[in-house]
Design a protein around this ligand. Structure first.
Ligand SMILES: [Zn+2]
Length: 201
């Protein structure tokens, strides 16, 4: 019997470390693993480990990719005049799924959060500013989430890029307050992109 079994608890906790997995679900996964054959478990672990090694960050846009640069960064069919700034790789996935955008991306992989010690240096914003300067980007669309940190990051970027004379816009509301792009439906996301407004930094 596995209740209060230390080894079983360790396995459950490994699954609980995944986002959105609570105790009951973690226990179900743990029991599934124990019911599986050794080959099945090895194949599963090997898949995770191998793909984790094969997918890295694109050095251009910082999104996840198994090529460097990624397919969007090298594509001639994407409009290089437009650069959409998102917080996480899931934001690129959400906007691509919505089908309403033909420009390129830059993934911040975080937001400014002074209380957690994340400033412009920690976020590597100079890399973004450098990119905007050297490429002939005409419009920056800031699509960070509608949270305090998302807004503060958007304003900071707009303020820093203002002297370059590049057009800076913010995706329109309709993306629910506090929600990430990945939780926004395709229609709302397309509307939010189309209804983007100039942002004064
Ligand atoms: Zn890329």
């Amino acid at each position: 019997m596995l209740l209060n079994n230390k080894l079983f608890d360790n396995l459950v906790n490994a699954f609980r470390s995944l986002p959105g997995v609570g105790k009951k679900t973690a226990e179900r996964y743990a029991l599934h693993v124990l019911s599986s054959t050794e080959e099945e478990v090895n194949a599963f672990v090997e898949t995770i480990s191998r793909i984790r090694k094969q997918i890295k960050r694109c050095s251009e846009c910082q999104d996840f990719s198994d090529t460097d640069p990624c397919t969007i960064c090298v594509s001639n069919e994407r409009d290089g005049d437009l650069l959409c700034i998102v917080e996480k790789p899931s934001g690129v996935m959400a906007i691509e799924r919505s089908g309403g955008y033909r420009g390129k991306y830059y993934v911040l992989n975080g937001l400014l959060s002074p209380l957690d010690g994340i400033g412009p240096d920690e976020l590597g914003l100079s890399r973004l500013f450098q990119k905007v300067m050297t490429r002939k980007v005409k419009e920056i669309i800031i699509a960070t989430s509608a949270t305090n940190e998302g807004e503060a990051t958007a304003l900071y970027i707009a303020h820093q890029l203002k002297p370059l004379g590049v057009k800076i816009t913010r995706i329109a509301h309709g993306v629910p307050m506090g929600a990430g792009l990945e939780l926004t439906d395709d229609y709302t996301l397309r509307q939010a992109l189309e209804g983007r407004k100039p942002l004064e930094g």
